[in-house]
Structures are given as structure tokens and as C-alpha cells.
Design a protein around this ligand. Structure first.
Ligand SMILES: Cc1ncc(COP(=O)(O)O)c(C=O)c1O
Length: 393
């Protein structure tokens, strides 16, 4: 018998081993990623992946790197990539940290800037006026708008932080600083504030000028999560180079067709970047990912042409779905949020699946009437419209 074989009978059967797990982890609700289908032939418009492959130059660079080098550790600081990114953004490599996807960096921001709730203390939910025993402390607070990226509350829970979720306006625009002050739920001293810009899942874009006003008003760290910004009219990168408490998060996953390689980065003041650098894993970005991302930056023309194609498909699909009776919200991303006609959005999700099309539905009040649809190729958009027509027939 293989000596590594472990039979499926554990010695401690009488006792549940759940008591070995921290209570915080036991009660945790994990992040739910979009479905990765096991059956072939489905049109996958559910996780905001790019419908176009990486550039031929990137594929070549990765293939050429698959050799004896795989036995070596990669560069621990993704140095070449950071030098290239610094050149692209007109800053220094010290302004940049690269992560295993931007998700890793979002988690690091919690660990670097937010105090976990001290043991034995029950914090008051900042949005429930009378509950709990003591006031919540801004130093323990992760703050974000709702709806936005559904990972933020999970990261806050994992870290043991206080969550402060404050609604966007009903049309998913940003409340002004004056409105936030008036509403009293927003905390200008929160240790960490995440803003998804352009917003997900609504697709709504925000002006740099309004983000700047918000950043100016915040005392803690602000992460402007620009995962989809290459499909938007404006980006706020300059704010990360202007304010010492602002970080901009970017990813190679969406616009640069590299989800598989897991590469994202933060741009910001060296003070914050150095702090995060201290607490990341030593070799957090895999070698092939570093090579793929660096080669991507050598072929931006290819990607910029893809952005244009995706934006054109987005606008065309929006028009076609509107003709079918969908209420399509304006988008500055590679997806649209659309309220379908006749049946609830949840039913549409199943009906479209029946037509071999996967989209995303979120069971949260602000968007449960909508479907989030990733922009695919023009052929995929056509298939979606045909499926919509068939469902309505
Ligand atoms: C708003 C937002 N930020 C960050 C990410 C994570 O990107 P990455 O693949 O770089 O971890 C996503 C992925 O869905 C996202 O929607």
C-alpha cells in the first residue's frame, strides 16, 4: 500500500473536531465565487472574465518560461513587473506592491491597517442604534458602500473587524460628502474604506472629482478598487499619488485576460506600500504570473483594441436587451446590470441556464431584481439576445 495513503477513519470519532476551530472561523460565511461550470458548451457570462485570450506575445512568453526555472523561487518582490508598472503610471517602483490577484492585497489592507476587535469585546453594529454593549471603534472598522464587491464584508469578518456597510444612492451613484455627514452612518474615521470604482455589480462609473472629495474627507486608508477601470471613462490613479492615505487597486484579471495567473497590484504612498510589503507572503506572486503580466505591458495596443471591442459589444447588447424589455443600467465596466421583463431575475437565471447561458444573480435586496451579465464576444451577445427572445416567446 502507498505509504501516503490515509484511510477514511479518524481516531477521534466521538468528539467533534469543530471545537478545534476558532469561533470566528466556525461562524464565518465564505465568499461565494461565480460558478465554474463542469459541463462543456455553456456560454459563460457570470464572472466578468475577458472573452478574448491573452496576446500571442504573452502566451509565447509564458510558454518559453516553462522550463527548468520552475524549480526556482520567483523574484520575491516582482521587481521587473513593478519597474514596468511604475513607468506606465509615472511613479516609482516603491509606489507599487504586486499581489496574488488584487484580492490578496485587499485582504492585506485589512491586516495592515485595521485592528481586529479586541478579545471578549462585543462591538456595537454601527448601523443598529441600540444593540450591543459598547461603541464601535473606528480603528476596528472596515467600511464600504452597498452594493459593491461582495468580498469586502468577508475579508472584514475573517480579520475580525467591525463592518460598516452604507448604501449607495438608489441609482448606485455615490452619496456626496454632505449627504454622508447628514446620514450619520458613514464614518470619516474608519481605519479602512473600500470604494469599488467603477462600481460592481451596478457598472456605474464615478468621477475622479467626486472620489477626490470623499478621499479628502476620510481620515483612515481609502482603497479605490479599480478592477474594471479600463472600461471606464475616467480613472483615479492620480489620487493614489497625491494623498498619502489613498491606494488604488488594479488587476490583470479583467481587462488583461489573466484571471488564471492571479496578478493584481496597489499603487500608493511608499509608507503604506512598505507596510503591506512587510506582511505579505515572501513569494506571493508566482513566477509565470510575473512573466505574463510583464509581457502584457509590452503589448498594450492589443489590449486597448480589445477594450474597444468589449465596450462596443456592451453598448450594442444594451440596446438589444432594451428592445426586449430589459432595463439596462449604464455601465463603465465589462458587464451590465439589467432588470429583466416578465419573470423575476432569479427565474431568468434558470431559464437562461436552460438555454446554456450562465449569468449572475445576487440574492441581496438592492440588486435582486437584476441580472449581472458579463460582456462576451459579439457572437455570445447574439446568442444571449436569441435566448432572451426564446424565453419571452
Ligand atoms: C471589484 C473587484 N475587485 C477585485 C476583484 C479581484 O480581482 P483579482 O482577480 O485581481 O483578485 C474583483 C473580481 O471579481 C472585483 O470584482
Amino acid at each position: 500500500m502507498d505509504s501516503t495513503f490515509v484511510p477514511f477513519s479518524f481516531e477521534i470519532t466521538a468528539m467533534s473536531n469543530s471545537q478545534l476551530i476558532r469561533p470566528l472561523v466556525r461562524s464565518l460565511h465564505a465568499y461565494v465565487p461565480g460558478e465554474q461550470p463542469k459541463i462543456k458548451g455553456l456560454i459563460k457570462l457570470n464572472t466578468n472574465e475577458n472573452p478574448y485570450p491573452p496576446s500571442p506575445k504573452v502566451l509565447r512568453a509564458v510558454k518559453n518560461a516553462v522550463d527548468g526555472r520552475l524549480r526556482l523561487y520567483p523574484n520575491p518582490t516582482a521587481e521587473k513587473l513593478r519597474v514596468k508598472l511604475a513607468k506606465l503610471h509615472g511613479c516609482k517602483p516603491e509606489n507599487i506592491i504586486v499581489g496574488n490577484g488584487s484580492d490578496e492585497l485587499l485582504a492585506l489592507a485589512g491586516r495592515g491597517f485595521v485592528e481586529p476587535i479586541s478579545e471578549g469585546r462585543v462591538p456595537r453594529d454601527p448601523n443598529q442604534k441600540k444593540s450591543g454593549t459598547r461603541g464601535s471603534r473606528p480603528s476596528e472598522m472596515v467600511q464600504y458602500f452597498t452594493p459593491s464587491y461582495s468580498l469586502y464584508p468577508v475579508l472584514a469578518d475573517i480579520h475580525g473587524a467591525v463592518k460598516n456597510a452604507v448604501p449607495l444612492r438608489p441609482d448606485f451613484s455615490l452619496p456626496s460628502v454632505a449627504e454622508l455627514k447628514q446620514g450619520r452612518r458613514w464614518n470619516f474615521n474608519a481605519a479602512l474604506t473600500f470604494v469599488t470604482t467603477p462600481n460592481a455589480p451596478s457598472g456605474r462609473g464615478y468621477k475622479t472629482s467626486e472620489l477626490e472629495k470623499l478621499c479628502r474627507a476620510q481620515k483612515g486608508v481609502v482603497v479605490l478598487d479599480e478592477a474594471y477601470v479600463d472600461f471606464a471613462n475616467e480613472n483615479a490613479l492620480k489620487l493614489a499619488l497625491k494623498f498619502p492615505h489613498v491606494l488604488v487597486a488594479r488587476t490583470f484579471s479583467k481587462a488583461y485576460s489573466l484571471c488564471f495567473q492571479r496578478v493584481g497590484y496597489f499603487v500608493g504612498h511608499p509608507g503604506l506600500i512598505t507596510a503591506l510589503d512587510k506582511i505579505r507572503d515572501s513569494y506571493n506572486v508566482n513566477g509565470l504570473g510575473q512573466i505574463a503580466a510583464a509581457a502584457t505591458l509590452d503589448d498594450l495596443k492589443y489590449y486597448r483594441a480589445n477594450f474597444k471591442k468589449i465596450i462596443a459589444t456592451r453598448e450594442g447588447l444594451g440596446r438589444e436587451l432594451t428592445k426586449l424589455g430589459f432595463r439596462v443600467l449604464p455601465s463603465e465596466t465589462n458587464f451590465i446590470l439589467a432588470k429583466p421583463p416578465l419573470f423575476p431575475a432569479k427565474d431568468w437565471l434558470q431559464k437562461l441556464r436552460g438555454q446554456k447561458i450562465l449569468v449572475r444573480w445576487f440574492n441581496v435586496p438592492a440588486v435582486s431584481d437584476y441580472l449581472r451579465i458579463t460582456i462576451g464576444t459579439p457572437a455570445e451577445a447574439k446568442a444571449l439576445v436569441a435566448a432572451g427572445q426564446a424565453i419571452l416567446r
